[in-house]
Design a protein around this ligand. Structure first.
Ligand code: XIL
Length: 359
């Protein structure tokens, strides 16, 4: 990607944001539901996207109407980029990068270092520290370098804090490189693209106070060690039984670092309510409350700290919570739009928060 493309993207976004105030006034006066999330926000509103969805015109249309930032759902993860023989494969990632440039969307890259990845190509080098570190450098440099000037930010370190909040999980990276693996990753990515914002990203920061504390200690430690961390991502995978007031606590706590904050993967599961609750009763309203609280806390941040507000999917049926090991009974409705793409109460509550109408 050439740096010039970046200016094309920024120019397009500036043009898109210019008409934003006018549309907001229209929506208010007529009392209508805002027709587009990105039109009422003065920060990027993101969603995840994967290449198979490009074949689905309804999803593409909803994506372009409401969102102006894309996080590849798995195309930029190591499992897709790095083959067993150590070669890099960017075909799928490039498709999404092109989708962003063609449509004037900002790109957010995820994820460079994640304990959950355990690739054969690195496992092979586990006893040769020198070779492992060279591979680590080459990988991060290649991925970040390829999208230099296009990816505005990168999740450099993903999910590094243990669930109990009593330690860190470095996976194969810490085993091979020692505790400095994280600082190293931030430095290598800075060298590969000094202008991208480098994020530390984690989940359950809203629900698990011990983990939130440990996350902050890790960030303090990294910053003290001089790691060029530039932003904080809170995934915000929540559920509707989250007690009132809790959703915004993490964002408020994280704001003290003064860094840009990314609500990076918001969804609110309707399934995990306590088993004796009346099935389904008020679930969409509860969901709307949680989404609204997150958005309000985000809106309370100083403008310079609002990196982006990202929802992890578009229609309920697209959600990762309906797939794989998380599928459950298949009945989850965690997103802003129903299976047919109709806005849900959570959409309205997000609009109210973005427009400052929830208070
Ligand atoms: C998930 C994707 O949604 C799935 O499609 C993929 O199979 C696995 O990853 N935390 C993260 C994200 O950091 O990368 C995960 O996304 C969701 C949990």
């Amino acid at each position: 990607m050439t740096p010039t493309r970046r200016f094309v993207v920024q120019g397009t976004m500036a043009a898109a944001l210019a008409g934003c105030g006018e549309r907001r006034v229209q929506a208010r006066e007529s009392g209508r539901r805002p027709a587009s999330l990105k039109a009422i926000a003065d920060f990027p509103v993101g969603t995840c996207l994967a290449t198979p969805y490009l074949e689905d015109p309804d999803r593409v249309a909803l994506t372009l109407r409401h969102f102006n930032q894309i996080t590849p759902e798995w195309e930029m993860k190591m499992e897709r980029v790095l083959a067993e023989d150590g070669t890099f494969h960017f075909d799928a990632a490039d498709v999404l990068a092109r989708f962003c440039t063609t449509n004037g969307l900002r790109l957010h890259g995820t994820t460079l270092v994640w304990y959950a990845q355990d690739p054969v190509a690195f496992r092979r080098m586990i006893d040769d520290r020198q070779a492992f570190e060279t591979g680590y450098r080459n990988y991060i440099t290649a991925v970040v370098g390829r999208y230099r000037g296009l990816a505005r930010g990168w999740d450099v370190l993903n999910e590094a804090v243990a669930e109990q909040g009593d330690g860190y999980r470095g996976g194969i990276w810490e085993t091979a490189l020692g505790p400095d693996y994280a600082r190293l990753a931030f430095e290598i990515s800075r060298d590969a693209d000094p202008d991208a914002i480098r994020f530390i990203n984690d989940y359950n920061l809203e629900t698990n106070p011990a983990k939130l504390d440990a996350f902050q200690r890790l960030l303090d430690r990294l910053l003290e060690a001089g790691a060029p961390v530039g932003g904080i991502g809170t995934q915000t995978h929540l559920s509707i039984d989250l007690p009132p007031g809790q959703a915004g606590r993490a964002i408020k706590a994280l704001a003290r670092f003064g860094l840009p904050i990314h609500v990076s993967e918001l969804d609110v599961s309707t399934r995990r309510q306590s088993w004796f609750a009346t099935p389904g009763s008020g679930r969409l309203e509860k969901q709307a409350r949680v989404v609204g609280e997150v958005a309000e806390a985000f809106m309370d941040l100083p403008r310079a700290q609002r990196y982006a507000f990202t929802v992890w999917g578009v229609r309920d049926k697209d959600s990762w919570l309906r797939r794989g090991p998380n599928r459950g009974d298949g009945g989850d409705e965690p997103l802003l739009f129903d299976d047919d793409g109709r806005p849900k109460p959570a959409y309205d509550s997000l609009c109210d928060a973005f427009e400052g109408r929830r208070r």
